[in-house]
Design a protein around this ligand. Structure first.
Ligand SMILES: C[S@@+](CC[C@H](N)C(=O)[O-])C[C@H]1O[C@@H](n2cnc3c(N)ncnc32)[C@H](O)[C@@H]1O
Length: 352
């Protein structure tokens, strides 16, 4: 355990401050002594341990699902510098052996920056060589609950570390590979697709044939399209036009009216909402839907302000939580800065 000196957290470039603020909040709350090292637009943040308990223990004490701005995390050794071009494997294996672990799987990663992305091919080519070397040293085991991480900053500098497979992103770098469906009305469709994959464990139970949904700010229909694909009947609310092909499915009713005043006649299974409105305004609207029993569950966006983005998000989530608690509504709330989110986060509230 003690070999680890820091946590490495991956995030969208430009959101290092939010990622850092959030992990520091949790670390202090849980009694860890640590400080942040990062640079703007780097796509990653280091939380460096400065006392006991070892900072790596955060990986077991903090639920990864609680982190909004972190895409992936792992406990890491200090950076390994000056990897020789000709034989990178030897120093890497030496570093990996110092962890005294066996690994279930490996994740080779790079920051989500232009420089970082240029390492994609290098990582792909290097991975089989590393796997062969790990097998030779008997360092891979399907029984292990630990994933080995290598984050390359370039072909000579790398962070080596580990994460528990049950408390980290199950997909490499927390970035989903989603295909843009050719018949979907807008690229926004990928946001809801990613949100469903991220937030809902048992998709076939929670989104299925015959369920109902309201889509606020629906036009041209990318989010409605995702729901229709899963068999839901959708009421789309937007003054703008919906795409014709989607309307021909017969699964969507469209009302040109204001999303802030519309109410359904009966409780719907899902409310989804993708409007570029003030986040506090949207949060109050969502809370109202639950309090009036207009929906069971909701997925929605909160646009981020230019400044104090983490603080704004916290205020919104606390408001929703408080209003639902005051109304005695049991619920679970999850929020994530998804890969397809830019200046917004996505939130999922499920009532019990
Ligand atoms: C980002 S677009 C939605 C894209 C849609 N989710 C999709 O996947 O195609 C935002 C939409 O919200 C609508 N909108 C914004 N404020 C609204 C309001 N108060 N009432 C109804 N629609 C609103 C806009 O007309 C716009 O079409």
């Amino acid at each position: 355990m003690k070999a680890y000196t820091q946590l490495v957290l991956l995030c969208r470039p430009g959101f290092e401050k939010e990622c850092a603020g959030e992990i520091m909040d949790h670390a202090s709350r849980l009694g860890f002594v640590a400080y942040i090292q990062t640079s703007q637009d780097s796509g990653y943040v280091l939380l460096i341990g400065a006392g006991e308990p070892n900072v790596s223990e955060l990986l077991t004490q903090l639920d990864f699902g609680q982190l909004i701005f972190t895409r992936q995390w792992f406990a890491s050794l200090p950076i390994l510098d000056n990897l020789p071009e000709q034989n990178r494997i030897a120093p890497l294996i030496e570093g990996i052996q110092s962890l005294h672990e066996k690994f279930n799987s490996i994740e080779l990663a790079y920051p989500d920056t232009n420089d970082g992305k240029s390492l994609s091919r290098f990582c792909k080519q290097f991975e089989p060589h590393l796997i062969t070397a790990l097998k030779k040293q008997k360092l891979l085991s399907v029984k292990s609950g630990i994933r080995l991480h290598l984050l390359f900053l370039n072909s000579q500098q790398v962070y080596i570390g580990t994460s528990p497979i049950t408390n980290s992103a199950p997909i490499a770098m927390g970035i989903p590979r989603l295909r843009m469906p050719s018949s979907a009305p807008s690229r926004s469709t990928l946001k809801l697709d990613e949100a469903i994959h991220w937030f809902i464990d048992d998709e076939t139970h929670y989104l299925k044939n015959g369920m109902t949904a309201v889509d606020l700010g629906a036009a041209p229909g990318g989010w409605s399209w995702q729901l229709v694909q899963r068999g839901l009947l959708v009421t789309a609310i937007d003054n703008g036009p919906m795409e014709q092909q989607l309307m021909k499915s017969g699964m969507v009713d469209h009302f040109k009216t204001d999303a802030f005043t519309y109410r359904p006649e009966k409780t719907v299974d899902w409310l989804v909402c993708d409007m570029a409105e003030r986040p506090l305004h949207v949060s109050k609207l969502i809370a109202r839907w639950f309090i009036r029993k207009d929906c069971h569950h909701a997925i929605f966006n909160l646009k981020l302000p230019m400044k104090k983005r983490y603080q704004a998000v916290t205020e919104c989530l606390e408001l929703i939580q408080k209003e639902l608690n005051d109304a005695g509504i049991g619920h679970q709330i999850q929020a994530k800065h998804l890969y397809h989110d830019r200046e917004e986060i996505t939130v999922c509230v499920m009532s019990s």
